[in-house]
Ligand binder design. Sequence first.
Ligand code: G6P
Length: 614
Amino acid sequence: MCGIVGYIGPKNAWPFLIKGLKRLEYRGYDSAGIALFQNNGIQVQKKKGKVSELENFCCDLNLSGQIGMAHTRWATHGEPNDVNAHPHVSMKGIFTIIHNGIIENYEKLRKDLANKGYTFYGETDTEVLANLIEYMYSEGAHVTAELAVRMALSRVVGAYGLVVMCKEEPDKLIAARKSSPLAIGIGEGEYYLASDATPMIEYTKNVVYLDDHNVAIISKNSFILKSVDNGDELTPEIQKLELSVGELEKNGYEHFMLKEIFEQPRTISDSFKGRIDPETKEVFLGGLSEVMPRILEAKRIIIIACGTSWHAALIGEYLIEEYAQVPVEVEYASEYRYRKPIIREDDIVLAISQSGETADTLAAIRLAKEKGALVLGICNVVGSSIARETHAGIYTHAGVEIGVASTKAFTAQVTVLTLIALRLARRHKTISDERYFSIIEDLFNIPEKIESILIGHPRIKETANKYKDSINALYLGRGYLFPVALEGALKLKEISYIHAEGYAAGEMKHGPIALIDSNLPVVVVAAKDRYYEKIVSNIQEVKARKGNIIAVITEGDNALRAMVNDIFEIPKSDPVVSPLLAVIPLQLFAYYIAVLRGCDVDQPRNLAKSVTVE
Ligand code: G6P
């Protein structure tokens, strides 16, 4: 939610800032803005719409300046327009600020400031913060910009990743973080700032990720890290970046989402290969080895996640309960953090998150830690907040995912969950050798099988063309394929804006069946598994009501092929790993429908990839 970039050094800041904003656009794209120190003042330009609107608007302006910052917004307070776009400037023009997060007590702060004579031009919480900083600065004697920022932040309830420029101290940027990520890239006599490391990889490999309650005072030749609370100086921990620029390009694909769908044979293989001994075929999870004794003693595993990661969690539940025979509960992080859940010291809480920054998941992690549970993470983004705050964890190694609709991160999460289930099953001795080795063998074959599904993409596009004008769609599945139905429906609705619902097929008779008529496409995930007969009965029920059935079937299933309107075939596989195959045609189906409807596939309206607000 909202992307932040900043630069301070000998070069013109504009090229880095605008390119950096484009890299961070996945975080929000309602409006964008930039601020540069220029001729003893701060130049601010901002525009409603995507970063390209700002770029076009600024191309005729002389935007020089070696210190600056920029922002791409996902609106929380105030509609997305030019006025509410960041940066925000305080009433007397002393402070300019960009901010990611939510100031929860902004109404009270706004009222207090209004009573002191402050007026506001927009509706954002960020403008309130700019004025609060200015108030602190103007009121006290000898208050520096840094102190004013720290004093203001001590009165703020909420989340922030922010950068501040002070007109009266034009040689520095001040950055601070609480619950919204911020990284500082260290160059030669220059510093880069960004919400994640992607904008800076061409320039430096050395990065410091701010922790909560950190404030950084950055000048051309130095940067000082302090505690927001007491101003004590802290020692920055420099980390090495392992990203490459190639990962951030479309590499010939029309959209990032398509590229990411096609990357899955490799990304799935990257998430399991190094973790299975090639000779013994035993699973080895280095990230969990230290805490394994505690995991093995756990009475219960609670998996928390949001969105697509929550769908992966459901598959994890089925896998772990069936093979490791440990009770599992799956929770939406946004619910879990606010209800009064029972968390015991012998519980394992497993958080799943692509970005590692989702605010609700992070808050649920903190709650579980407070209650004494062992908290594990499955994250994609290395160095992310969730990866750092959990006691131990496993990276999915799917590489940078840029398309807002998650694809390769989902299959990598499911792969890692399969490995965890198998490892626990081996340790608990709840799986036979025969079953274990046969699942491992099937897992090894998954990348090749996905390749064969991907080759069939033109047919999936043809089918998409038939259904692209639908208004609603229903997705059904059972067992391991029920979460796949949920995920297929989510993909369709988020990128094509067709209303789609995923349902456990057995629940259809309790409601969704009323929707079925000759206009409703019903996508049934019906690969051959132990539920096959049951799902065939559901297909008959849909057929009897003239629904249009698109079925994901196992190759060679001629009986189903004859029964339904359209099919997507997937190779035969063990049902346990079949979600990794069945989801692929559904990702492509949603993708092509969205493209054919002219939708912005990589940046669907109102969504953002990294949801750092609750
Ligand atoms: C957003 C994204 C989804 C993602 C969800 C959870 O809604 O658009 O693709 O599944 O957040 O994000 P996380 O990074 O925690 O997996």
